[in-house]
Every structure is written in structure tokens, then in C-alpha cells.
Design a protein around this ligand. Structure first.
Ligand code: CP
Length: 312
């Protein structure tokens, strides 16, 4: 079995292209498992995975849980609302107590950037980042890349436009590192108040005019606008955001013929994307969700260090 260069998946920044290719290639095999009548393989039998969700999630949490079940792992689901975090227990004490129960892998979602890295410093388990603050959401970007690669055969030379809150979006960050490493050209578009300081350091073209950004694009990945930003004055109103940056049918005329519309979810329909576009034939939003399971199965398998013959 080829191996990843790290025993954790904390983000895609600095992950070598060959590791990303290994994950995407391995995902192809697991994608086939999902279409079987019996969607289960014995690959992770005997491995215990803890899903440690400190923040709300629908897709990532269910997708990881199904991926783990389909790999025959033992699973523990942790949520803050039913744990001793409510009594003030720290993250370090929480994970060290969980590890004392002999677990092997942790999937963590946390509101603080760097929480997955912190876990690598206080426990031995393999750590997978399920989204940390405004930092990264690596499996989301990998499933985005997988979905695009399935359609076009390769990411090399594609023009990918990421639209939304560039400053706070962990999905955008992981998409930038992932798509660029795989040879795509990445453009960013959003309101100037939602562009980070030194945005040019991402090495992407940056636009504040959506129509210019969309010109000649193959893939448009639309991000959820976090409505709480409006309260902090970072954009004036939902209606103005929609007028200036919303992905509507009219705006699609500028894209290349075989274009693709993506969204990581959850969507604000009628704000960053119209329902007409979200539900159109070029939208792969639900395919992204299906493919997410295969990509997460591949990540869990590769990080576990299991050899195929051990699991079969
Ligand atoms: N895409 C994504 O991370 O969705 P959830 O927040 O529902 O997991």
C-alpha cells in the first residue's frame, strides 16, 4: 500500500500533490462500495474512531459516521451538549480521558482554528480535521476535488472560482490549497470587506466584480454567506449581497459551456445562490455529498495504516 506522508490530516496547505492523488485514487474504490447493495467492507474492523464535534454539523458528521460504519470501525459520537464540557472540562482533559478508553482515531470539528493540531500534541490517536474555525476543512476540499475530477478527468488547467466570504471561510482555504496543488487556476471573488489582509499571498486572482470573475470559468464553488457577518457590518444587507455576488441564472452565461456549480452546504437559497441554479443540471451539490463518504472512507483507511490484507 502507498502511504500518506503524515499520520494526521490537519489541512491541505503543504500536503504534497502525490498525497492528494493517493486519497482521490483510493476514493474511487470506496465510491464503488457505496453503490453496492451491501455497503460495508471489513477494512477498519477492530479500529475505534471518535467523532468529536464541538460545533454543529449535518453533512460532515453524518458522512464520517457512515464512512466509519461502512469500513466496519467501532464508533463513538461525542457532542458538547451531552458531555462534561457543559461542566467546564477542558479540551485537553476531555481528549485525554477519551484516549484512556483505548481509541485509535479522532475526527474533530471545533470553532477554534488549530484545535486539531492541539490534539496531536496531547494524544497519540490519528487526528482528522472536520473543520476548525476559519482555518481549514480538508475533507470538504478533497470531496470537491474528487467530484470535479470525476467530471473532467483531471483538475489540471481548469479555472475554478471560489465565491463568498474569503476572510472567514475554512472551505475556501482548503479549496485554494487543494485545487492549486492539483494544477487548477483558482480565482477568489467576494466583497472587499470580506477579503483577508494580504489576500495576494494565496497566489490567486482576486475579484470584487462577480461578472469579471466568472468569465471563462469551468467550476464555480459558492460559499455560504455567514449571515452573522451582516451584524458586524461586513456587508450591508442580504439583498445587496445577492445583487452584487449572488449566483443567478443570468450570471451563468459567462461560464464555459460544460460548467459546474458547487456548494458545500448548508445553502442560503436566494442569498448566495438561487434555487434555480442550485437545482439545475450543472449543479453537483448532492453528488458532492455522496462523494464525501467515499473520500472520508479513503482518508480513514489511509491514515489508519491498515494494509488491505489486514482488513479483508
Ligand atoms: N459542508 C459542511 O461542512 O457542512 P456541515 O457543516 O453540515 O458539516
Amino acid at each position: 500500500m502507498s502511504k500518506l506522508s503524515s499520520r494526521h490530516l490537519l489541512g491541505l496547505e503543504n500536503v504534497p500533490r502525490q498525497d492528494m492523488e493517493l486519497i482521490l485514487d483510493t476514493s474511487v474504490t470506496f465510491r464503488e462500495v457505496i453503490d453496492r447493495t451491501i455497503k460495508r467492507v471489513p477494512t477498519l474492523r477492530g479500529i475505534t474512531v471518535v467523532n468529536l464535534f464541538y460545533e454543529a454539523s449535518t453533512r460532515t458528521r453524518i458522512s464520517f459516521e457512515l464512512a466509519e460504519k461502512r469500513l466496519s470501525a467501532d464508533i463513538v459520537n461525542f457532542s458538547t451538549s451531552t458531555s462534561s464540557v457543559k461542566k467546564g472540562e477542558s479540551l485537553r482533559d476531555t481528549v485525554q480521558n477519551i484516549e484512556a478508553m483505548k481509541i485509535d482515531m479522532v475526527v474533530v470539528r471545533h470553532g477554534s482554528s488549530g484545535a486539531p493540531y492541539f490534539l496531536t500534541q496531547c494524544m497519540d490517536a490519528n487526528i482528522i480535521n472536520g473543520g476548525d474555525g476559519a482555518h481549514e476543512h480538508p475533507t470538504q476540499a478533497l470531496l470537491d476535488m474528487f467530484t470535479v475530477r470525476e467530471k473532467y478527468g483531471s483538475l489540471d488547467g481548469l479555472r475554478v472560482v471560489l465565491v463568498g466570504d474569503i476572510k472567514h471561510s475554512r472551505v475556501i482555504r482548503s479549496n485554494i490549497w487543494g485545487f492549486k496543488a492539483m494544477g487548477a487556476s483558482v480565482a477568489l471573488c467576494g466583497p472587499s470587506t470580506l477579503l483577508p489582509y494580504e489576500v495576494e499571498k494565496f497566489g490567486c486572482d482576486v475579484y470584487t466584480d462577480i461578472d469579471e470573475a466568472l468569465d471563462g470559468a469551468d467550476v464555480v464553488n459558492v460559499m455560504r454567506i455567514q449571515l452573522e457577518r451582516q451584524k458586524s457590518g461586513l456587508f450591508p444587507s442580504q439583498r445587496e449581497y445577492t445583487n452584487l455576488f449572488g449566483i443567478t441564472k443570468d450570471r451563468l452565461k459567462r461560464l464555459n459551456k460544460n460548467y459546474t456549480i458547487m456548494h458545500p452546504g448548508p445553502m442560503n437559497r436566494g442569498v448566495e445562490i438561487s434555487s434555480e441554479v442550485a437545482d439545475s443540471k450543472n449543479s453537483v451539490i448532492l453528488e458532492q455529498v455522496t462523494n464525501g463518504q467515499a473520500v472520508r472512507m479513503a482518508v480513514l483507511y489511509l491514515l489508519s495504516g491498515r494494509k488491505e490484507e489486514e482488513g479483508s
